[in-house]
Design a protein around this ligand. Structure first.
Ligand SMILES: [Mg+2]
Length: 224
């Protein structure tokens, strides 16, 4: 039996990757550092904003100061907010699944996105109160695929629900190879969804499904 569920955000709850891509390009194209959607999928999608900017500069052989990086992240967050303000649809079944778990089993969000990017979308989906704990890019030193963010998420749930949560009986729901590596590195089981990558790229997951539609908490127990 599972004793906790931890959701990734981008690519699992909402398809914000095209919106992130658009926001990145608004910042990077004027600097001569723009790249294609295909390159984003291949190289950048698993990174948080900090590492994505670092990688874009590194790939172009350009240096990036701490202050410049801060300004870029800030500018990208503003561009993203403007883009999402027109509305973002959730993936089929995911809001219903989150509601079926919330209040019944310890539930967390573990994302490489910034809290400021996530909160307006959760509000829009009516999920602001659904999660017991949230770990975002702003709160960890090393992002996915490093296991730190999942370790922190499990620890926070353990603090809230003493004696009721252990990593080996916790399920992460992920869409990227980097996310799967992070979760398995922290000792969790992983349900992968083929929202962003084909099944053969999601090896390492305990189970792979094409969609969360029609899956409720009972269904998750059976899958895991
Ligand atoms: Mg993801």
């Amino acid at each position: 039996m599972l004793n906790a569920v931890i959701f990734d955000f981008d690519g699992i709850i909402v398809d914000t990757e095209p919106l992130h891509y658009k926001a990145f390009q608004e910042i990077l194209v004027p600097l001569g550092l723009g790249y294609s959607w295909e390159e984003y999928l291949e190289r950048y999608i698993g990174f948080d904003d900090r590492d994505a900017f670092r990688e874009a500069f590194r790939a172009a052989g350009r240096t990036l100061s701490v202050q410049e990086l801060k300004d870029l992240i800030h500018g990208k967050a503003e561009a993203f907010l403007k883009i999402v303000s027109v509305g973002v649809p959730a993936y089929p079944g995911v809001v219903e699944l989150i509601r079926s778990i919330s209040g019944n089993l310890p539930l967390a969000l573990c994302s490489g996105a910034l809290r400021g990017d996530i909160e307006p979308i959760l509000l829009q989906l009516g999920l602001t109160e659904a999660f017991d704990a949230m770990v975002t890019a702003d709160e960890v030193a090393a992002s996915k695929p490093d296991p730190e963010s999942y370790r922190v998420a499990v620890r926070r749930l353990q603090d809230i629900f003493p004696g009721k949560v252990d990593a080996a009986a916790s399920l992460a729901i992920e869409d990227t190879p980097a996310g799967i590596a992070s979760a398995t590195g922290a000792g969790l089981k992983v349900l992968a969804v083929t929202n962003s990558y084909p099944r053969e790229r999601l090896t390492g997951a305990t189970k792979v499904v094409n969609s969360l539609a029609g899956i409720d908490l009972q269904g998750l127990h059976l899958l895991a």
